[in-house]
Design a protein around this ligand. Structure first.
Ligand SMILES: Nc1ncnc2c1ncn2[C@@H]1O[C@H](COP(=O)(O)OP(=O)(O)O)[C@@H](O)[C@H]1O
Ligand SMILES: [Mg+2]
Length: 304
């Protein structure tokens, strides 16, 4: 869509501007430790060194979802590249959580849900009844809006998925729990109280614990549904740093109603409105020169 004047920038004229950080790139991080392959029977996950932008890890084609007679998603199409962060933005009720839940089949639990189109998620056909949902959910982890640690010890929370997959060796479990907690930037805070209840942690720590729990089984994709909206600014900043750090190893899709957050942490942004994908583009471009009038109206605060 050609904009009048060509060079006009959305943010020049509106008070509700979205300030872009000087760089949307992840900070250069020191070489992270590589987890050794999981012991059988947990299958090892290859971590090929593919430059960002070279392969789609998640591919959505003409995807529609109905809650009974109500269509909540309307022929949504977009790709998320490996080792990148995609943000999904849009007003409340536009279908962000519904879309995110579709990627690991969480909507299966809701009666009357029907879907159409294609969903290729971490190499699996996420819509096919033949797809093993347990396998899908191991490849696709999820972090929710409210931290939801189990009423168990910190250690047992992180070890939970590994035990579910059959890992019993204590030393192996301890190594993996530590690595996950380190990746989630929580290890230093909890190393001397792993046997204490996870419920004693602060909200921000609980959310990082949930991220550690999610990463312990080495997923390929991490879905986050407004992961920081229940947290204070300091805890939010830590989650944002973590997302930027984690995208070196994972593909991340994050729902947020906070546009500054989307601008800070994502490579690409999808704007959803009433179940329709209005625009999907590089985040920097989307927030400086959106192609669609609806996107411009939304990011400049005219509705939503
Ligand atoms: N379990 C459900 N059953 C019926 N309708 C639902 C259900 N969950 C969400 N919806 C409807 O689907 C639409 C999208 O909801 P949701 O995905 O939660 O939006 P968002 O996360 O963007 O706020 C809304 O109209 C909502 O009322
Ligand atoms: Mg939601």
């Amino acid at each position: 869509m050609t904009r009048p004047g060509g060079e006009t920038r959305v943010n020049d004229h509106h008070p509700h501007q979205v300030s872009l950080p000087s760089s949307l790139q992840a900070p250069q991080a020191e070489a992270g430790e590589q987890a050794p392959p999981l012991a059988a029977p947990v299958p090892p996950v290859a971590a090929p060194e593919i430059a960002p932008g070279t392969a789609a890890k998640l591919s959505v084609r003409d995807f529609s979802l109905y809650y009974g007679p109500t269509q909540a998603l309307k022929r949504v199409t977009f790709d998320v590249l490996e080792h990148s962060v995609a943000a999904i933005i849009g007003p409340s009720g536009c279908g962000k959580s519904t879309l995110l839940r579709s990627f690991n089949r969480m909507n299966d639990l809701i009666p009357g849900v029907r879907t159409e189109g294609e969903l290729n998620v971490a190499g699996l056909d996420a819509r096919s009844p033949a797809t093993d949902v347990v396998d899908l959910r191991r490849r696709v982890g999820m972090v929710f809006q409210r931290p939801n640690p189990f009423p168990k010890s910190i250690f047992d929370n992180v070890a939970f998925g590994l035990r579910l997959l059959g890992l019993r060796d204590r030393a192996e479990l301890e190594g993996r729990v530590e690595r996950s907690l380190r990746k989630a930037a929580l290890w230093e805070e909890v190393r001397d109280r792993l046997d204490r209840s996870a419920l004693q942690l602060s909200g921000g720590q609980q959310q990082r614990l949930c991220i550690a729990r999610c990463m312990a089984v080495e997923p390929e994709i991490i879905l986050m549904d407004e992961p920081a909206s229940a947290l204070d600014p300091t805890a939010t900043a830590r989650i944002e740093e973590l997302v930027l750090d984690l995208k070196r190893s994972y593909t991340i899709v994050v729902v947020t109603h906070n546009m500054q957050q989307a601008a800070r942490i994502s490579d690409r942004t999808a704007f959803l409105l009433n179940g329709e994908l209005i625009e999907y583009d590089e985040t920097r471009r989307m927030f400086t020169s959106p192609r669609e009038k609806l996107t411009e109206d939304y990011i400049t605060g005219r509705f939503g």
